[in-house]
Design a binder for this molecule. Structure first.
Ligand code: NDP
Length: 293
């Protein structure tokens, strides 16, 4: 194996420490304690775990955490009423509605009801528009985490060829936009892309956000490329158990890449750290104070 393994866990732990220091300064100098409200509808076990982790990390960073657990049969009107209440609550600086929502609720109606200034997931159409037009967006947490790791590894990315595999609104598209803002030459690949191996093989930076276990083969990777694997896929193992793998064939890709994120332990831990970062950013913008460094 020749690649440097990008340790997302350690990176996230450092970032969380910095955020806790920023929160302490906000409290001391401005008498502000950032507050994050997380809303979850229904009993989806994976979502429950995410929400518990978010709550724990928020409190560890010194912020206030408000959890709203609603039953599966909550109506869209009731959920929208809660969002409106949180929009108007000065103790709440960030609002996150855990996705997916039950089928009877229109997700985009709910996301777009969140005050964009409090939209710490960065999914509101105003925030995606600001990201696309170079404004002060709140950037979706997962792509932001990928960007921070890429900047740390590569510094100036100007002129590099970047390929993002996947074009979802929450990962692929904002990731491509961020890389464009870094002056990369960006290609977005998706399920209709012809010659995916050839497209990936030209890239200095590969971000895989597909949701297909080990779709990106190791021998596609250009020698020395930086590979960020967003995928989280559970696969069955021979002993009847299961394990988590990414969208990239890790061991083979690590033979060719210059640096690569593992799954688990790469992008995943950075996502929650970036949620906390976005909450601090949102709080500072709402209060009109400079983000503590
Ligand atoms: P989506 O399912 O919304 O999007 C997947 C994208 O992959 C689509 O654009 C799709 O193309 C593309 N795709 C599917 N099959 C292929 C293929 N054979 N070749 C090329 N492209 C293909 O997924 P998300 O963006 O929400 O998530 C992607 C992965 O990232 C998942 O594994 C998810 O679990 C993980 N994830 C991890 C997070 C973390 O914190 N680490 C956070 C969020 C997601 P098309 O548009 O043409 O259908």
């Amino acid at each position: 194996m020749s690649a440097q393994i990008i340790d997302g866990k350690a990176f996230a732990a450092n970032l969380k420490q910095d955020i806790a220091k920023q929160v302490a300064i906000l409290k001391e100098k401005h008498n502000i304690t950032p507050g994050l409200a997380v809303v979850i509808v229904g009993e989806d076990p994976a979502s429950q775990i995410y929400v518990r982790n978010k709550n724990k990390s928020t409190v560890e960073a010194g912020m206030n955490s408000f959890e709203h657990v609603l039953p599966e049969d909550t109506s869209e009107a009731d959920l929208l009423a809660l969002v409106e209440q949180l929009n108007n609550d000065p103790a709440i600086n960030g609002i996150l509605v855990q996705l997916p929502l039950p089928k009877h609720i229109n997700e985009s109606a709910v996301i777009d009801a969140i005050n964009p200034a409090k939209d710490v997931d960065g999914f509101h159409v105003i925030n995606s528009g600001l990201l696309a037009t170079g404004g002060d967006a709140i950037v979706p947490c997962t792509p932001l985490g990928c960007l921070l790791m890429l900047r740390d590894r590569l510094g100036d990315m100007s002129g590099l060829d970047a390929v993002v595999v996947g074009r979802s609104n929450i990962v692929g598209k904002p990731m491509a936009q961020l890389l464009l803002n870094e002056n990369c030459t960006v290609t977005i690949a998706h399920s209709r892309t012809r010659d995916l191996p050839g497209v990936v093989g030209r890239a200095d930076i590969v971000v895989a956000a597909v949701g297909r276990a080990e779709l990106v083969k190791g021998d596609w990777i250009k020698q020395g490329a930086t590979v960020i694997d967003v995928g989280i896929n559970r696969i069955a193992t021979d002993d009847g158990k299961s394990r988590i793998v990414g969208d990239v064939e890790f061991a083979a890709a690590a033979e060719r890449a210059g640096a690569i994120t593992p799954v688990p332990g790469g992008v995943g831990p950075m996502t929650i750290a970036c949620l906390l970062k976005n909450t601090v950013t949102a709080t500072c913008r709402q209060a009109g104070v400079k983000e503590p460094q």
